[in-house]
Design a protein around this ligand. Structure first.
Ligand SMILES: Cc1cc2nc3c(=O)[nH]c(=O)nc-3n(C[C@H](O)[C@H](O)[C@H](O)COP(=O)(O)O)c2cc1C
Length: 325
């Protein structure tokens, strides 16, 4: 009898190689090695740490989180210790954990992105890439986040080049034209895309007749976001066949990861699920492997973009034929 070969898990996301396609999503796994208390972080493809900026940042007023039927709202507001303190206090434990680290960078001005990137240039090589968070709904000046403008997104990416490592633009499905913004990020030097951040959303406390969150508005995440993430990945993969893509949004089970891979993600990130279950990303990886075994998939790369195959270049519209009505 032929013993079955293990599923080949390695994947490539733009220029970075990962041992497997499951990572944590920024803001849901801490700034450092917090999750190492629950499992061996080197078992994941990568650990994306919570978004940081150059200086410490206090975040938003409480309450900052609110559960919903289809997921949750958060308005954490990017609370963080600042990059120098992160390098001093969090990086050593991250190094000991053996994780491949992707650090997320945010700012309220283009200068912030440049300053943060310059500080991150000093990070050691196990920090394999930067995710440039231009899409936080809790930091949208005048209601407009960087990721709603191709020019502002391109400027933030260009500023982040000072970090001297591959950049992934973390984008929002609330952009008027996601593919246009993604194209601007890639033209400005991004090596790939992380799709998608939370969507701006709100809940009202009926008794107080006021918004539930201290900041009034927040970001929607979890299962309610999943189909939007799938469409975002599908559209961007169609438009940029060779760019690196992380699929993010509502991954609770291995099947959700399979769906994002089929849409065109090279790897996926697990966010909200980790808040309720710290080992969620590892469970998703195991469920993904089990799915591949049940379906005779020998290598993860067989799945990447496979749902695009009916849109062959000579038959397909320039953009997927998906309408909103
Ligand atoms: C509590 C919380 C904090 C988050 N903080 C960040 C952050 O610091 N930077 C960022 O780019 N995304 C942040 N996100 C967005 C997630 O990384 C992810 O893009 C989004 O939640 C969708 O994935 P999910 O449905 O698996 O949570 C946060 C999400 C949550 C729920």
């Amino acid at each position: 009898m032929n013993p079955r070969r293990p599923v080949a898990l390695a994947t490539q996301v733009g220029p970075i190689e990962l041992a497997n396609p499951v990572a944590t999503a920024a803001g849901t796994a801490g700034h450092g090695a917090e999750l190492a208390a629950y499992f061996d972080l080197s078992e994941l493809g990568a650990l994306v740490v919570k978004s940081l900026c150059a200086a410490p940042w206090p975040g938003n007023p409480v309450p900052r989180v609110h559960p919903l039927a289809g997921g949750m709202l958060n308005s954490v507001g990017l609370q963080g210790p600042g990059i120098p303190a992160w390098i001093e206090h969090e990086l050593p434990a991250l190094e000991r954990s053996g994780a491949r680290v992707i650090v997320s960078l945010w700012g309220t001005t283009i200068d912030d992105f440049a300053r943060g990137a310059e500080l991150l240039a000093a990070a050691p090589p196990f920090v394999v890439a930067l995710e440039v968070n231009v899409s936080c709904p809790n930091h949208a000046e005048g209601g407009k986040m960087f990721a709603q403008s191709p020019a502002a997104t391109a400027a933030a990416i260009a500023a982040a080049a000072a970090a001297r490592r591959p950049l992934f633009a973390k984008l929002s499905a609330s952009a008027p034209d996601l593919v246009e913004v993604a194209g601007a990020a890639l033209s400005a030097g991004a090596a790939g895309l992380s799709l998608i951040n939370t969507l701006p959303a709100m809940a009202i406390d009926l008794e107080r007749r006021r918004p539930v969150l201290g900041a009034a508005s927040g970001g929607l995440s979890g299962p309610a976001l999943h189909a939007i993430a799938v469409r975002s990945v599908f559209e961007c993969r169609r438009a940029f066949p060779t760019t690196g893509i992380f699929g993010v949004g509502g991954v609770l089970r291995g099947e959700d990861a399979v769906e994002l891979l089929l849409a065109g993600a090279d790897a996926i990130q697990v966010g909200t699920a980790t808040l309720a279950e710290p080992r969620a990303a590892l469970r998703v990886l195991r469920e993904l492997i089990a799915w591949c075994e049940r379906h005779g998939v020998a290598a993860i790369r067989e799945l990447v973009g496979a749902a695009q195959s009916e849109f062959l270049p000579d038959q397909a519209p320039a953009r997927p034929n998906i309408t909103n009505c």
